[in-house]
Write a protein that binds this ligand. Sequence first.
Ligand SMILES: Nc1ncnc2c1ncn2[C@@H]1O[C@H](COP(=O)(O)OP(=O)(O)OP(=O)(O)O)[C@@H](O)[C@H]1O
Ligand SMILES: [Mg+2]
Length: 281
Amino acid sequence: MSKERVNFAQCDELVQKFEEVIKKPITKKSSVYYTGVDLGTACVVLAVLDENYKPVAGAYRYADVVRDGMVVDYIGAVNIVRELKKEIEEKLNTELLYAAAAIPPGTDALDSGAIKNVVQAAGFELTCLLDEPTAANAVLNIENGAVVDIGGGTTGISILKDGKVVHVVDEPTGGTHFSLVLSGAYKISFKEADEFKRDNKNHNEILPLLRPVVEKVASIINSNINGYDVKEISLVGGTCCLKGIEEIIEKKTGVYTHKPKNPMFVTPLGIALSCTQDIIE
Ligand SMILES: Nc1ncnc2c1ncn2[C@@H]1O[C@H](COP(=O)(O)OP(=O)(O)OP(=O)(O)O)[C@@H](O)[C@H]1O
Ligand SMILES: [Mg+2]
């Protein structure tokens, strides 16, 4: 394996801190709170940072209000964001005002309005709306290479050159498809398959079954990085928790591929880091 080019130490530290404050929020008063709202296909995550952009609280819920990046259950989405917001506000004994949100690349013309409305209807002032892989890079700080966010419904790919995004795309294949494969193979429900997949103890057993769908994701990555000088792929998104996924992608693309310790919360934290106090009307 080639030498690590991007250092995930800072990312790992931030994510670990976030995992801690999800369980035990930091209640010391901050002059302002910044919230990242990640309305995912599989999971809705709220990440809250203090005035110094350090994690103080978080909450998440598996939900089915978004499909392939599109809000399909508007009322359901508003309710979940409102409930998670309230849950954190009670723990911190404060009101959360400012939020940032993200959309999958390429869907802005269609759906940025819906995401914006969900966040505002839940009681936030929206301060920033950015695309998901770009949000992830607010945590990773990659100058050159590809950030690939494999979530529940989609795979978002963002290519960076000298710190600037030169290409973004979102393709409809993600962890949901992995769970469908397992549901068929084990003859269990989608929900059971998804839970089985999320238990890291089962990863050795399921990887051979999932290899073809991981290779499909790898070929999607390949066709999108083609023509760009990509020497490194950084994986984020819940699906990349799957043990060994980076090796299959590296083999198939021929490009050095690695991931942080817990890729699941990178995008929500990047969204929160992009939150400001400048309200978008
Ligand atoms: N430990 C784990 N092992 C394998 N897969 C996991 C694990 N934890 C979560 N996942 C999978 O990750 C996916 C959710 O990831 P994530 O929260 O990044 O997606 P999302 O943001 O909701 O979706 P999208 O970005 O496509 O809208 C689900 O398919 C879930 O089953
Ligand atoms: Mg996502």
